[in-house]
Design a binder for this molecule. Structure first.
Ligand SMILES: NC(=O)c1ccc[n+]([C@@H]2O[C@H](COP(=O)([O-])OP(=O)(O)OC[C@H]3O[C@@H](n4cnc5c(N)ncnc54)[C@H](OP(=O)(O)O)[C@@H]3O)[C@@H](O)[C@H]2O)c1
Length: 293
């Protein structure tokens, strides 16, 4: 039987440690502030942003959410980003992804002041991460590292297989796991849609990170006995028996995989809570960097 990793508990511990840092910033007259741009009406994005707002309020981090129309032009979005860049009371800027199709995501992310880029997606922060000198680490990969550390799972010398190569999860977690530093030093394989026979690789994984966005794709026959499985996936599947008409499932088929592995993160309650906790951590770091260094 696998250990079911309790992401909520780990996230609570991260947030408890943060409280002291926030207190000491407040003693210096600094209240960390996060601004979120939420563009359009993607229901999942609205839920995630509400969760982020709630987390800020619990930790007494000040926050503002600009809920903007899906019709907003590229220029108008950039104008919003620049306003936030120029506002010295704003420490962190988060643009909730995905953006409506007509917007150029890369160009918009490039406009964020890297010192306020608490999602770690600006090329400066991405570059620092790749150079082995991370500053603002994207929140989900940072959360995965937090889980591994908390569970005493040292990636050094292990074979980590990452399924997915997105900028927000797959690429940064692969870079972090392979870096020459504590919490890294793994041998990393990255699979994607052009990989021939993904199962050939996942079966070799000591640590398997599933980040494809395809419900329950990693099945029991695709994992090695005793592996550690981190399920990043967060997929809504129709379920007429559920109150909301859908339920959340991961990219891993939990029932068949859980029987074989040493530890696994559930969905929900695994990686998700850590993503939010790491956003809070990055916001506090940004406030500290901008005021005390
Ligand atoms: N828990 C959280 O806090 C959190 C945070 C972020 C994301 N997520 C969830 O994590 C999942 C991934 O998110 P994302 O933003 O990284 O997704 P994404 O941008 O859609 O990227 C998915 C990646 O998976 C690859 N892929 C898709 N199907 C595959 C398959 N059958 N076999 C191998 N590779 C496959 C794609 O390959 P190609 O590059 O070849 O297209 C792509 O690189 C989603 O369910 C998302 O909701 C959760």
């Amino acid at each position: 039987m696998a250990k079911i990793i309790d992401g909520k508990q780990i996230a609570e511990e991260v947030k408890t440690k943060l409280k002291n840092k926030i207190e000491s910033l407040k003693e210096n007259g600094i209240t960390p502030h996060l601004s979120v741009l939420l563009i359009g009406d993607n229901p999942a994005s609205h839920v995630y942003v509400s969760m982020k707002e709630k987390a800020c309020s619990k930790l007494k981090i000040s926050s503002e959410v600009r809920r903007l129309s899906k019709e907003l032009s590229q220029e108008e979005v950039i104008k919003n980003v620049e306003e936030l860049n120029n506002n010295k009371d704003v420490n962190g800027i988060l643009i909730q992804l995905p953006l409506p199709k007509h917007l150029n995501e890369n160009e918009i992310l490039m406009k964020i002041n890297p010192q306020k880029d608490v999602d770690g997606l600006h090329p400066v922060n991405f570059g620092k991460l790749l150079a082995g000198n991370p500053e603002f680490v994207p929140c989900t990969p940072a959360g995965i590292l937090e889980i591994l550390e908390y569970e005493n799972i040292d990636p050094e010398g292990k074979h980590a297989v990452v399924v997915g190569r997105s900028n927000i999860v797959g690429k940064p977690i692969a870079a972090l796991l392979m870096r020459k530093a504590k919490g890294g030093n793994a041998t990393v394989t990255v699979c994607h849609t052009r990989t021939k026979e993904t199962a050939h690789f996942t079966r070799q994984a000591d640590i398997l990170i599933a980040a494809m966005g395809v419900p329950e794709t990693i099945t029991g026959d695709m994992v090695k006995e005793g592996a550690v499985v981190i399920d990043v996936g967060m997929n809504r599947v129709d379920d007429p028996t559920a109150k909301k008409g859908y339920r959340l499932v991961g990219d891993v088929h939990f029932e068949s995989v859980e029987k074989k592995v040493k530890a696994i993160t559930p969905v929900p309650g695994g990686v998700g809570p850590l993503t939010i906790a790491m956003l809070m951590k990055n916001t506090v770091l940004a406030a500290k960097n901008q005021n005390l260094s």
